[in-house]
Design a protein around this ligand. Structure first.
Ligand SMILES: NC(=O)c1ccc[n+]([C@@H]2O[C@H](COP(=O)([O-])OP(=O)(O)OC[C@H]3O[C@@H](n4cnc5c(N)ncnc54)[C@H](OP(=O)(O)O)[C@@H]3O)[C@@H](O)[C@H]2O)c1
Length: 324
């Protein structure tokens, strides 16, 4: 099978197309022919070992896992003797974060516990985007913020992979959604159902004139004190992603800020379960959740896909097609 692998941390130039033996499924494993894989910020963070602490889990001098790619959608083509949940030909999705990654390849072989049936109304391209980004949005809105109907929320960074799902998930939970994005994503956020869309080049939404019950910093770029200014007295700030300094600020000072009053500052560390995947699939099949597809690349163009994602201005999700 063809895979895109890397042996040294660094820029996308490290990603090389190579041939590898296609694994045979053992025990409860499935062999899945990958029709689409979506790339995530996690892929370039691991590729670059950025932040440096990545090396503690991924290998200090070189990466232990050579094939990146967290999200896949594909077709079951073989199964181990103890695999019982799926049949050959089933369309499935998975978040491979807990299964050694490996989505940037023509096939993935791992435990059937990783998989859920793909939404029947989504293409492989659309379905491959759901697991990691969709689950991050779901975990943030439902679990961590426990958003209630009528609450005013701000999504800072509504235009990328996580943001496009989060606008929709927050509407499902009944929130009044203000989406904050650049000029290229205003129409998209509106079309996804945001009640108000603010272009950050036109207006400073954190000027204190509007108070939010929850602020989701999906691509946070402002200081905690600036977010605090735009929160209700019992408001919640949830750091999902952003620059390294943004992330460390939330981790280091979040608790300190939280003690100063009713406001709470915390962060999200999302991990996907099959139950989460099934919830996302159900929402998609009910027509409540859709994928916003941006660019698509072939496996040999993976470096280009990662470079594009790294510009930080994707319009929805970026997909790689291993079978193309
Ligand atoms: N905590 C967790 O468990 C978890 C899980 C998954 C992902 N993450 C993190 O979440 C973050 C977002 O992931 P993603 O998949 O959505 O990334 P992405 O698809 O690369 O997001 C890019 C988006 O960021 C927006 N953006 C860039 N600068 C901005 C700014 N100053 N203000 C507002 N928006 C800005 C861009 O929109 P515009 O062009 O409109 O600016 C673009 O649409 C990443 O940092 C990722 O590492 C965290």
């Amino acid at each position: 099978m063809k895979v895109v692998a890397y042996d040294r941390y660094g820029s996308p130039v490290q990603l090389k197309l190579e041939e590898m033996e296609t694994p045979a499924p053992k025990g409860d494993e499935l062999l899945v022919r990958i029709h689409a894989t979506s790339v995530n910020a996690a892929d370039w963070h691991l590729l670059r070992a950025d932040p440096f602490l990545v090396r503690l889990s991924e290998g200090f001098s070189k990466p232990k896992r050579r094939i990146l790619g967290m999200d896949i959608a594909g077709e079951v083509v073989d199964a181990g003797p103890e695999a019982t949940k799926f049949k050959i030909g089933d369309r499935v999705i998975a978040d491979l974060f807990k299964y050694g990654y490996g989505g940037l390849a023509e096939y993935k072989c791992c435990s059937e516990e990783a998989f859920a049936l793909a939404p029947s109304n989504m293409s492989y391209e659309e379905a491959a985007c759901l697991p990691l980004a969709g689950n991050t949005a779901l975990r943030a809105v439902r679990n961590k913020a426990a958003v209630k109907p009528g609450q005013r929320i701000l999504i800072h960074g509504s235009g990328g992979g996580v943001g496009t799902y989060m606008v929709q998930v927050a509407k499902i939970f009944g929130a009044h959604v203000t989406a904050l994005c650049g000029p290229g994503n205003v129409e998209q956020s509106r079309a996804l159902g945001a009640d108000e869309v603010v272009d950050y080049t036109q207006r400073d939404i954190l000027d204190g004139t509007v108070q939010f019950d929850t602020i989701f910093a999906v691509n946070g770029s402002r200081k905690l004190s600036e977010y605090s200014h735009a929160m209700t007295d019992q408001g919640l700030y949830l750091m999902v992603g952003g620059s390294n300094s943004q992330i460390f600020q939330a981790l280091l000072y979040g608790a300190f800020y939280s003690r100063r009053g009713g406001k709470k500052f915390t962060h999200l560390a999302a991990s996907t379960t099959v139950e989460d995947l099934e919830t996302l699939v159900k929402l998609a099949e009910e027509g409540k959740l859709k994928t916003v597809l941006d660019k698509q690349f072939t496996l040999s163009e993976t470096a280009e896909a990662i470079r594009y994602l790294e510009t930080g201005h994707a319009k929805g999700k970026v997909v790689v097609l291993p079978q193309a």
